[in-house]
Design a protein. Structure first.
Length: 171
């Protein structure tokens, strides 16, 4: 089975991270009620934190890291797609170099933070693909199951490759 590469804002990792952690938490408040103890109330879900460690391999590992650093410096929210996780809106919060770089291997750490944004509420019938977008990004943005989007767009042979400016049917 081939793993789907991790993707964010048009960047696709050559090698998926070797370690990845998802931190999910709820907002909980406790109120002391005189003579009856405490009352616990859940007031929502906190933003998910995605942390990981990975390696960049090959003679071009330094330029791969520079591309990752350039992605980190971009402002804004993007769709983060990771194997076995429904894509989420996120910001690239942290990147660090770990240890001493070697000639052909560079170890790095990263942190993404989920952004609690609403999906598009009014669904148009078409979408014009932006640079770096793919069907998974579009599927998440409009809340359409990926299999349905693939069925509606038989001209697209690979859901991970969509040409900039291509018209995508949404219904």
């Amino acid at each position: 089975m081939k793993l789907i590469p991790m993707r964010f804002m048009g960047y696709e990792w050559h090698h998926n991270p070797r370690e990845i952690k998802f931190e999910c938490a709820k907002k909980v408040s406790e109120r002391l009620v005189p003579e009856s103890g405490a009352e616990i109330q859940e007031t929502g879900i906190k933003n998910m934190i995605i942390k990981g460690v990975g390696e960049l391999y090959g003679a071009d590992c330094q330029s791969q890291f520079e591309a990752l650093l350039s992605l980190f410096k971009k402002k804004g929210v993007g769709v983060l797609a990771i194997e076995n996780l429904e894509p989420i809106f996120a910001v690239f919060e942290n990147i660090k170099l770990i240890g001493t770089p070697r000639e052909d291997v560079l170890t790095y750490g990263f942190v993404f933070r989920e952004v609690m944004e609403e999906k598009e509420s009014a669904k148009p019938d078409r979408h014009i693909a932006a640079e770096g977008e793919n069907l998974w990004d579009i599927s998440y943005r409009y809340g359409i199951v990926i299999d349905e989007l693939v069925r509606l767009n038989p001209q697209i042979k690979r859901p991970d490759i969509v040409a900039q400016g291509e018209v995508i049917r949404l219904c």
